[in-house]
Design a protein around this ligand. Structure first.
Ligand SMILES: [Zn+2]
Length: 346
């Protein structure tokens, strides 16, 4: 392929992309290079509630702002919470946002005239981590925050399954008889027992048992205990709070053991809000992982390490994914052809 600018191939190789991360409460974004270097960064804006057309409009305005600063951006990458058909970029459903059946990729391409990719927020964060330092061809990324999300890199590629909705690691069933309800309606999902939300719930239960204890005192009452309160109490040396972290870490390690048994990962990266607790979370996770992983004495155990990009992994990864795909796509000026997903109701 002739990469010089000519009539047959008028597009120069893309060097900068807009990355956007649409969460349940806020949208963050900026401009990145193929190496993940941040060129511009916008202050977060609130995700408009209710009307999904308002979300699209907010994304268009952010894109316009960024292009005003750097007119030479050549692609857009969006990570969004929810179930997203790949490569169509069609958001089928998002539990914490009002949108449903939103053809976001198509809408943004029409509004901006830039090639666009739209993927799950955890997938783009995984890509960001994989391309920006934790560079393994065989890795799992788990975000442990309000919920548990994640992405799987198998042989250097994001694994998306048949339609793009694979790698819902938060809904691995680890404790179906424990009775902990998941937001998805199931019982015993990893997210139900190993998230920040679960930590807060454990904290409330523990504080109800010890109404004069540190947790209840810090929160102003047992019912007010959150994951953040448990973290603060554990940091201050409170043994009850530290045991709750051990419980969350234990379940996380159980889930990781199953993932490693299936995929023989080389590296496990943990991101999300709870990783701020570092070894309070990761030490019990490593211990449970080693307890449950298959053939532990006969294999090299993958390290379980904290993420490097923090809260920026999503939008940086989204921009890098757009650039990576643009660099490998040589037909027209559009990113992977939007093949209709089969066997799905839209
Ligand atoms: Zn679930």
């Amino acid at each position: 392929m002739n990469l010089s600018m000519n009539q047959e191939n008028p597009m120069p190789l893309p060097r900068r992309a807009i990355g956007l991360d649409v969460g349940g409460t806020k949208i963050v974004g900026g401009i990145v290079t193929p190496a993940g270097e941040v060129i511009e960064r916008l202050p977060p804006v609130s995700t408009p509630p209710g009307d999904q057309s308002a979300v699209v409009e907010a994304l268009r305005m952010l894109t316009d702002d960024l292009r005003a600063k750097q007119p030479d951006v050549s692609a857009i990458g969006v990570g969004a919470a929810g179930l997203i058909d790949w490569p169509r970029g069609h958001i089928r459903w998002a539990p914490n946002n009002a949108y449903q059946r939103l053809p976001l990729r198509e809408l943004l391409e029409e509004l901006t005239d830039l090639p666009t990719v739209v993927d799950n927020d955890a997938n783009v964060a995984t890509w960001g981590e994989m391309r920006s330092g934790n560079q393994s061809q065989h890795m799992a990324f788990l975000t442990v925050g309000t919920g548990v999300g994640g992405g799987l890199v198998l042989g250097g590629e994001l694994y998306r399954g048949k339609t793009g909705i694979a790698a819902e690691v938060g809904h691995l069933i680890v404790d179906p008889r424990g009775g902990q309800l998941c937001g998805c309606g199931n019982v015993g999902c990893l997210e139900a027992v190993a998230s920040g939300t679960a930590l807060g719930r454990y904290g409330q239960e523990a504080a109800a048992q010890e109404p004069d204890g540190t947790l209840a005192r810090l929160a102003g009452g047992p019912a007010l205990v959150t994951g953040h309160v448990v973290h603060a109490a554990a940091r201050s040396g409170d043994v009850t709070a530290q045991r709750l972290f051990e419980r969350v870490g234990y379940w996380l390690g159980v889930g990781i053991a199953s993932l490693v048994n299936l995929f023989d990962f080389e590296l496990i990266v943990i991101g999300g809000g709870l990783v701020a607790a570092d070894d309070l979370l990761l030490e019990p996770a490593r211990a449970a992982f080693e307890q449950f992983v298959f053939a532990r004495e006969h294999r090299e155990l993958p390290p379980i390490v904290p993420a490097r990009l923090g809260a920026d992994a999503g939008w940086i990864g989204a921009g890098m994914l757009a650039l990576d795909l643009a660099a490998t796509t040589h037909s027209d000026d559009r990113l992977p052809s939007p093949v209709p997903a089969q066997g799905l109701v839209h």
